[in-house]
Design a protein around this ligand. Structure first.
Ligand code: HEM
Length: 415
């Protein structure tokens, strides 16, 4: 069967203009969960979306990651040749290193650290005329990330490190200055972390054995050799940077509480169960990852369509989380939808789908959920604040998006 094909020699401009809606718009107009287009200099790309598509995308026999992530994303967001680009036994071994950091004990430590850091931060907020929540949350997340990972962070470098870790995230859908800021930020950050790992290896710094700093510093590859220092720095940044990224979800959570006051009231009365549903809905509803890329590993046929070796395939994350066939009223913010939700690893994919250990699903999903819960509990139950008039609009074209005003709050009072 022929795959529906978008006309044009290179549709990159349409992707830039439509952002998160580029794939969903075409899935609607072609009435198909699969279409072919040309992007990034005319390269043939197959776009797929929906639950069945996610299932096939996470089949390791059919897809590989090697060669899929563009260099410009590796030089900003991801780092070069990290876990995201590995396949097979090499990936499994590296992923085990990440997942070994996600034990219940370590997640518990993280909850304690997160709570402490919010408490310290809000004590300062009472004296301030206003707080820009997104900026403040990034700084809090940077402190949490470093403390949890065992990475020393001096007060005088807090701002630079926060700015750099944020700039790498902010660069992922950018062209021009925002992209170049991301590159510089990555260079500076890798240099910083290489220096720290070197200190560990030389015995000048002795992190606790259960920290990411320890694990990355002393990890051996499958051949038994110590991971080289460049790689170790890239992977340690794969812990620090995404924790800072949680600030975006925290800001969207605050926006949801503001736009849907009944959800804030529920967070204030029935916090445990509701808080879980609320966090899930924030991750479903608000945009972050637009799509993921992988390359066809060897020829196969899916639903009558031929996929040939080497073709780049994009999986629609945002569109799958808003798919009307999978979600009732997908454009409404309804945490209650998660009440009796029969979790499918392929229909709800804000941080990827499939399995953690053998697939590429986000290693930090539990971290994200727990940090969000603690953070949003502070905003709902530990402080009162006012939200002055401001531009809270966020664009689905900017990747990654954030409310224009970055969510300003005033008259903060501890409860
Ligand atoms: C992978 C999103 C937080 C560590 C991913 C993937 C996505 C994602 C979409 C790709 C999945 C795939 O390739 O199939 C997010 C979002 C986050 C977040 C939106 C929150 C704002 C975290 C945190 C950590 C983390 C907190 C670590 C503490 C990783 C790692 C991978 C990954 C190591 C690579 C996994 C692999 O390739 O096997 N994440 N993530 N992420 N994430 Fe996250």
């Amino acid at each position: 069967m022929a795959i529906p094909r978008e006309k044009g020699l290179d549709n990159s401009l349409a992707l830039l203009m439509e952002g998160y809606k580029y794939i969903p718009n075409r899935r609607t107009s072609f009435q198909s969960d699969i279409f072919e287009t040309r992007l990034m200099g005319g390269q043939k790309v197959i776009c797929i979306g929906g639950k069945e598509a996610a299932e096939v995308f996470y089949d390791n026999e059919k897809f590989r990651r090697q060669g899929a992530a563009p260099k410009r994303i590796q030089k900003t967001l991801l780092g070069e040749n990290g876990v995201q680009t590995l396949d097979g036994a090499g990936h499994k071994h590296r992923k085990k290193l990440f997942m070994s950091l996600m034990t219940p004990e370590r997640i518990n430590d993280l909850i304690g650290i997160t709570s402490n850091q919010w408490q310290i931060a809000i004590e300062n907020w009472e004296q301030k005329k206003e707080v820009v929540l997104f900026d403040a949350a990034r700084e809090i997340m940077c402190r949490i990330a470093c403390e949890w990972a065992g990475v020393p962070l001096w007060a005088k470098e807090l701002q630079q490190r926060t700015t750099d870790l944020s700039a790498m995230i902010d660069a992922f859908g950018a062209v021009g200055p925002r992209h170049w800021r991301g590159r510089q930020a990555r260079k500076r950050s890798e240099q910083w972390i290489r220096g720290i790992i070197q200190q560990v290896r030389q015995g000048q710094l002795m992190p606790h054995e259960d920290t990411a700093l320890y694990a990355m510093s002393w990890h051996s590859n499958l051949d038994g050799k110590l991971m080289n220092i460049e790689m170790a720095a890239v992977e340690l940044l794969n812990i620090l940077r995404p924790i800072v990224a949680i600030a975006r979800y925290v800001t969207f959570g605050a926006l949801a509480m503001y736009n849907y006051p009944e959800s804030k009231a529920n967070l204030q009365t029935d916090s445990e169960e509701y808080s879980q549903m609320f966090v899930q809905e924030v991750r479903r509803f608000y945009p972050f990852g637009p799509f993921l890329g992988a390359k066809v590993r060897s020829d196969f046929n899916w639903n009558g369509y031929n996929f040939t070796n080497g073709t780049l395939v994009l999986l629609d994350i945002y569109g799958t989380n808003h798919d009307p066939y999978l979600w009732e009223e997908p454009e409404n913010f309804k945490p209650e939808r998660f009440k009796d939700w029969q979790g499918s690893p392929f229909s709800f994919i804000p941080q990827g789908g499939g399995e953690y250990d053998i697939g590429h699903r986000c290693a930090g999903e539990w971290v994200t959920i727990e940090v969000m819960k603690v953070s949003l509990n502070f905003l709902a139950n530990r402080i009162d604040y006012q939200v002055p008039k401001q531009n809270l609009h966020f664009s689905l074209v900017r990747m990654p998006p954030i409310p224009k005003s970055r969510f300003v709050i005033r008259k903060v009072k501890q409860k």
